[in-house]
Write a protein that binds this ligand. Structure first.
Ligand SMILES: [Zn+2]
Length: 280
């Protein structure tokens, strides 16, 4: 028997309170902080395919996707593309969208190593906040207006989400009027970011997505290999940005928050690079 609770509108099995089944359109009804890992025992799903395994038409039908992660090509990460890919393999990530700050160089380097599993993305600092793009072909420079950034991404068919919009501790967060202006132009909002300090920031993003009738993405925002897969999406098989956009509607999130200390790794990366201790 399933109970739908208005304050906590997850579908819960009343006989087993720890069991949580993500609804098909999770963006409209999940407080992700409460989700934890979604167990695989839902009858409508098969286990996910493993990274580097062939997906046969007879077997699994979902990819586990890391939608937000960084490499050493970001100023605040020291993760080399090969190490990121190794972590993805270890953690069963089937598709990884590499979203370095204002560059696609790291994603391209990783894609050379593994063309099948890497999707080129970019986290772009606009004048009003950060956008999170996937299926990027041409790198977008930082510092453009949000509208111009979106326009350039649209021209190349990219998928566009909005990074951690309500995380006021980050320089890339959005002010509400700016966010309202771009809402009709983007594909999704990042409704769960594993690096957000407080649960409230993610809940605000979820509420905003619901209000604006936007889809949601979840991401680890991994700056270290350790964080890869902390928040991931299980998405029906896709190849293109259009597929991804379409299938996101029936995606399942698997999320938990990263420990606060992971942010120290980003500080360390910035300092180490400034001091010339590390080179790309
Ligand atoms: Zn990021």
């Amino acid at each position: 028997m399933f109970i739908q609770n208005i304050r906590d509108p997850l579908i819960r099995d009343s006989n087993n309170p720890s069991f949580v089944q993500a609804p098909a359109q999770f963006n409209n009804c999940f407080p992700a902080e409460n989700l934890g890992f979604i167990p695989y025992n839902t009858p409508d799903r098969l286990p996910p395919p493993r990274f580097f395994t062939k997906v046969s038409p007879m077997t699994p039908y979902i990819y586990r996707v890391e939608t937000h992660c960084h490499t050493i090509y970001s100023k605040d990460s020291l993760t080399r593309p090969a190490d990121l890919l190794a972590a993805c393999r270890k953690k069963g990530i089937d598709r990884v969208i590499i979203t370095d700050h204002n560059t696609i160089s790291g994603a391209l380097a990783a894609q050379k190593l593994d063309p099948e599993h890497v999707i080129v993305g970019e986290e772009i600092m606009t004048r009003a906040g950060e956008l999170l793009a996937a299926f990027v072909v041409e790198e977008i420079p930082p510092g453009l207006t949000p509208l111009e950034t979106i326009q350039r991404l649209r021209q190349q068919g990219a998928f566009i989400s909005v990074s951690h919009p309500f995380d006021v501790t980050r320089s890339g967060h959005w002010k509400l009027p700016d966010l309202l202006e771009i809402a009709p132009l983007v594909d999704a909002v990042e409704v769960f970011n594993a690096r957000c300090f407080s649960a409230k920031m993610n809940e605000q993003a979820q509420a905003f997505a619901v209000q604006q009738d936007l889809l949601g993405t979840v991401g680890s925002d991994a700056h270290t290999a350790f964080e890869v897969g902390t928040a991931s999406l299980e998405v029906p098989l896709f190849e293109t940005a259009a597929d991804f956009r379409r299938h996101l509607r029936s995606a399942h999130p698997r999320v938990r928050r990263s420990p606060a200390w992971v942010r120290l790794s980003s500080r360390y990366a910035v300092i180490a690079k400034k001091l010339g201790m590390v080179r790309v």
